[in-house]
Design a protein around this ligand. Structure first.
Ligand SMILES: Cc1cc2nc3c(=O)[nH]c(=O)nc-3n(C[C@H](O)[C@H](O)[C@H](O)COP(=O)(O)OP(=O)(O)OC[C@H]3O[C@@H](n4cnc5c(N)ncnc54)[C@H](O)[C@@H]3O)c2cc1C
Length: 301
């Protein structure tokens, strides 16, 4: 069995930044990643200083190149199915019998998104429909946009997006995601609310052209924002018994401490919004520093 001081599960920006910090601290690291990043659907990542507009795959390529140049960091490409406690640490197991014994574990497995089941939505997601105006609002600025939300925070989302485009229509898809008061406030700002069910997002190769409704209405739109349901990509609660955060992930403090001895968490797996590369990376750095601190303290005992 492979033995390391720290296993990182998840090689997105949080896990990769953590690996960089740990590699530079000469800690032996197993970086376990199954290469299914959440932002793979998008063509360009924005708002990360020096990397604005980069392709997500290129971001990862550069990050892996930097991280794996440190001799104590090794990459393993498999899915961690289970993490169990062992004497002085944890055992991480994959499906094919892969196993790692680690003194510390840092979980950076991110989120998964459940998109509304409407024809054409998936084809447009990451191309002309997005989830966050801070990531993609600039590219859609001033365009005729839609906000599609079946979830309670819809009003807040519309308010934010109205900063990037005044030509805005809200589609609730027959849900109660807006209160009567919120609808009234939007109408006063000339933001139309369409409550009838949506049947499809009409598009050309992911570029939105119109939204079709069950009552036959067709609304020309060139892009927009949707609010997916967010859930943890991986769940190790049954064996590690950590507290959950409000998205069902690992509740951790700002230094990645989960409250379970030896278990740390970072990035989207641990904090709730805002979900961006730069926050995930910073979070990974802080959690890695906590791991180093704990290992040094144990050596000094
Ligand atoms: C469509 C879209 C567009 C976006 N655009 C932007 C943008 O422009 N700018 C920006 O800053 N942010 C953007 N984001 C958000 C950004 O992608 C996330 O906030 C960021 O990737 C979170 O980083 P993370 O390291 O926490 O998790 P992730 O990047 O999700 O990485 C998690 C990693 O863990 C791996 N993993 C999960 N479970 C396991 C397991 N059990 N075993 C092994 N490996 C596992 C996954 O394969 C993945 O590689 C966008 C997101 C989406 C969905």
């Amino acid at each position: 069995m492979i033995k390391v001081d720290c296993a990182i599960v998840g090689g997105g920006p949080a896990g990769l930044q953590a690996a960089l910090v740990l590699g530079r601290a000469r800690i032996s690291v197993a970086l376990i990643d199954d290469n299914r990043p959440r932002n793979a659907v998008t063509h360009a990542s924005h708002s990360y200083l020096t990397r604005d507009g980069i392709k997500p795959a290129e971001f990862r390529r550069i990050a892996y190149e930097e991280v794996l140049s440190y001799p104590t960091v090794t990459r393993y490409e498999w899915e961690a199915k289970e993490i169990t406690r062992a004497e002085n640490g944890f055992v991480l197991s994959g499906e094919d019998g892969s196993r790692v014994l680690a003194r510390k574990v840092l979980v950076a497995t991110g989120l998964k998104e459940i998109l509304p089941d409407v024809e054409g939505l998936r084809d447009c997601y990451g191309k002309s429909l997005f989830n966050c105006p801070f990531c993609d609002g600039f590219e859609l600025r001033g365009q005729p946009l839609a906000v599609f939300s079946e979830q309670p925070g819809a009003y807040h989302m519309v308010k934010m997006i109205s900063h990037w485009s005044k030509d805005l229509v809200v589609c609730t898809n027959g849900s109660n995601s807006l209160s009567e008061e919120e609808k009234e406030r939007l109408r006063k700002k000339n933001i139309m609310v369409m409550e009838q069910p949506v049947t499809s997002f009409v598009h050309q190769e992911g570029k939105l052209e119109a939204i079709a409704f069950a009552d036959g209405a067709i609304l020309p739109r060139s892009g927009g924002f949707v609010a997916p349901v967010l859930q943890p990509r991986a769940d190790f609660q049954a064996t590690l018994h950590y507290e959950r955060n409000e998205l069902g992930g690992i509740a951790a403090d700002s230094w990645g401490n989960s409250g379970v001895p030896g278990l740390f968490a970072a990035g989207d797996a641990a904090y709730v919004m805002p979900s961006q590369l730069i926050f995930a990376a910073a979070d990974g750095a802080r959690a890695a520093m906590s791991v180093v601190k704990e290992l040094i303290e144990e050596e000094m005992e």
